[in-house]
Ligand binder design. Structure first.
Ligand code: ATP
Ligand code: MG
Length: 380
């Protein structure tokens, strides 16, 4: 008898002919997060198993954070002998309260009882040993699973995992990562769909501090854990902001600045083989996130722009930030380049022709080139 984890995958099931490829990626990812844990990981009859690690609960915690995993059940693997199976089922239900149901699956047809017969016997034994439990076949509080496969597998707990698709199965993208609440959440949402992300951050020293940069790297580290390390490109943005501040109409400063961010992100994305850019924008949240402003910014890239938060309320975004563990870091009070030189009255409905006219006062190519040349890339 030994402790194992039964790993269930969600959407990977739906992937038709690509299924073997997705499963292979998923097994690789699980092996990666369990490296150093001395765990055995294998795929059998459409299910992934983990066993033999000294610390199985840490394994369960790590596996439940792998994209593509739907749930993880700590289970017992044992010989296919009726009496020990019944005894174990009754023991596993000790301490459980409320209603339950036994669910059996038998893929080994040589086992002498069919699923229904086994469920009845196990149910009787569980009730005998735990008389305070009740049976509810429709909406049980606890499901006791007994599966007869190459071995017998028993489990009555299911830990929900992150879901999504295995990392790297949906290509690469570049995340515009600020130190705020939104962009780490946006990155997480897209990464969860199997997209490998790099991050780009615009810093304006000395107006933005070293601590502000450290904060962004911490955020990248938190979400980067889901892809086993993330590349972060730090772009020197001071000269661009100074030039805008000195030469352009104040009210259009924000949208012009954001267009520079997008121009630079577009270049970096292409250099890095990324197929899309991601932002944490949400419609109407601030002056630079009106439809007019978004349109002006979007002009600066020919890649698709993913804005997973576009239709979400701030409170919902905060909820996810708390869940993924970025919120506490995001609310640290360090300045972002967007908060430097903020116009007193930003134009909320910028007109593209006016923006372009203002930009004629700047040497765009030289500014962009200098910023690209000054990029520092960090692996977190
Ligand atoms: P966030 O909470 O993500 O900072 P926000 O609500 O503060 O977003 P803005 O400051 O308008 O909104 O930024 C909108 C988006 O632009 C951010 O979600 C992020 O994707 C990108 N962005 C803003 N500032 C930076 C920066 N300094 N470096 C990289 N990307 C940035
Ligand atoms: Mg911000």
């Amino acid at each position: 008898m030994r402790e194992v984890l039964l790993v269930r995958f969600g959407e990977v099931h739906l992937k038709g002919l690509n299924r073997p490829y997705f499963l292979k990626m998923l097994v690789e990812d699980i092996k990666k997060v369990l490296s150093g844990m001395n765990a055995k990981v294998w795929l059998s009859e459409g299910r992934i198993y983990v066993a033999d690690a000294p610390d199985m609960s840490e394994c369960a915690r790590r596996v439940s954070r792998v994209f593509g995993v739907y749930s993880v059940s700590p289970a017992v693997e044992m010989e296919k002998e009726l009496e020990p199976i019944l005894a174990k089922a009754a023991e596993m239900m000790t301490g459980v309260t409320g209603s339950f149901k036994v669910i059996c699956r038998r893929s080994d047809k040589h086992f002498p009882l069919n699923s229904q017969q086994l469920a009845v016997l196990a149910g009787e034994r569980i009730l005998e040993k735990n008389p305070s439990l009740t049976v509810d076949v429709h909406k049980p509080q606890t499901e006791m699973w007994i599966e007869i496969r190459d071995h017998a597998y028993l489990c009555n707990r299911e830990l929900m995992a992150v879901g999504g698709l295995p990392m790297g199965t949906a290509g690469k993208a570049l995340l515009l990562l600020s130190g705020g609440i939104d962009s780490p959440v946006a990155g997480y949402q897209i990464m969860r769909r199997g997209v490998n992300c790099q991050a780009i951050h615009f810093a304006s020293p000395p107006y933005t501090s070293q601590r502000a940069k450290e904060k962004v790297l911490s955020l990248a580290r938190i979400i980067g854990e889901y892809e086993y390390g993330m590349r972060v490109h730090i772009v020197p943005f001071t000269d661009i902001q100074m030039a805008i501040h000195e030469k352009c109409e104040e009210g259009l400063g924000t949208v012009i600045m954001r267009r520079f961010m997008m121009r630079i992100a577009n270049e970096v994305a292409k250099q890095q083989g990324c197929q899309a850019v991601i932002t944490g924008e949400s419609i109407g949240q601030v002056a630079s996130q009106t439809m007019e402003a978004l349109m002006c910014t979007e002009q600066m890239t020919d890649l698709p722009v993913f804005r997973p938060l576009i239709g979400m309320d701030k409170l919902d975004i905060i909820h996810i930030a708390e869940k993924i563990g970025t919120y506490e870091t995001s609310i640290l009070p360090y300045e972002d380049c967007c908060t430097v030189f903020t116009p007193r009255h930003p134009v909320t409905k910028p007109r593209l022709d006016r923006v372009e006219k203002e930009e004629e006062k700047l040497d765009i190519d030289a500014l962009v080139r200098a910023a690209l040349d000054g990029i520092e890339t960090v692996l977190v």
